[in-house]
Design a binder for this molecule. Sequence first.
Ligand code: AMP
Ligand code: MG
Length: 406
Amino acid sequence: MKELMPLEEALRIVLENVKPLGTERVHIYQALGRFLAEEVRADTDKPLFDNSAMDGYALRFEDIEGASEENPVSLKVIGEVSAGESFDGKVEKGTAVKIFTGAPIPAGADTVVPVEYTELKGEEVLIKRAFPKGANVRLRGEDLKEGDIVLEKGKEIRPYEVGMLASVNRVFVEVFRRPRVALLSTGDELLDLGEPQTKPSQIRSSNHHMLYALAQRAGAQPFQLGIAKDDPEELLEVLKTCVDYDIFITTGGVSMGEKDYVQYLVKEVGVEVKFHKLRIKPAKPVLFGTYGKNKLFFGLPGNPVSCGVAFDLLVYPAIRTMLGAKEVFKKKIKALLLKDFKRRDAKRREFARAKVFYEDGTYLCEPLEKQQSHMLTTLTDADGYMIVKEGVDFLKKGETVEVILF
Ligand code: AMP
Ligand code: MG
């Protein structure tokens, strides 16, 4: 029998067939989770003018040298300035201006004393503590100078970056396009949401909905194609629409069963199959091919857990690459194994579903008791995949294991 392909080789094949998609200009509200295709620069100095970091009094630091609770310094209050306004006069020796956070520092002043160290007495203010020159003043350009790069090309846009884009007055921004991902479940036994059960042998399909959410969370634009029967003609019609998408994903029908047509039909729509079946558990019968111009086809197994694992291991990095991400894999951690893990067949690399805890600076990993690939609970109860290498049939409690987090 032919040796099954190891995961590394499969990943290498997938990644050598995928590259970032073209770019598009989107509103900053549509930019979340995307990757910048341009570098963004500061439109002005930030801050644009010297301003107060506190509510208090703007004054000359020389005037309050030596001031203390017992020996307060008295200054004449000559006016006030709030955020968004400015003070026309000048702070001369022996005077102060009442100031609010964010308001411009008046001419002549160099220091702000917070209101809690002062006491207003009529037109005079008592200053009860000395401050060094420049205290509580935010200087022009101390964060950024006009023209500084604020966001590098390739940076992921998180909510903080949306804030930064707004602060440099950007409404639209150039990002990599999201891959269009088609999702299709196949199988005569499948019922879609709300469809009545007319035979006990029917099962409720979860795969194409789980994949919708997985694709969405990965940053792709999912397209729901629903369910196709195990009927070559019907399947072929749907598969022909693959030209409309960057990635086409089917589930089911890629194993050894007589009705597993997907592997044959994809060739008829121009898919060049690069691999079929990997040395992994679950998700052994996974098919990958390319078609058109840099488009990817994934035939994922029908078992829901296998389907999820195959997506996380193979489809996720492809989507992230298309999006322009630098880090395309899911986060991996080292954790202490909380109980022995045994398995009978050690030929394949296993991705055992596990709970992960974080305690006193250490990750702890507890593989679930049930590990069968038709049990969706093994995904919903888990936080990640514990990696069990080829050839390993036993892991001892207390060993360090690697876990891929969901
Ligand atoms: P297959 O790969 O088509 O042989 O399917 C393997 C197993 O997964 C069978 O028990 C199917 O009933 C089940 N299955 C296939 N497709 C789905 C789906 N979309 N949702 C849930 N289970 C499925
Ligand atoms: Mg099937």
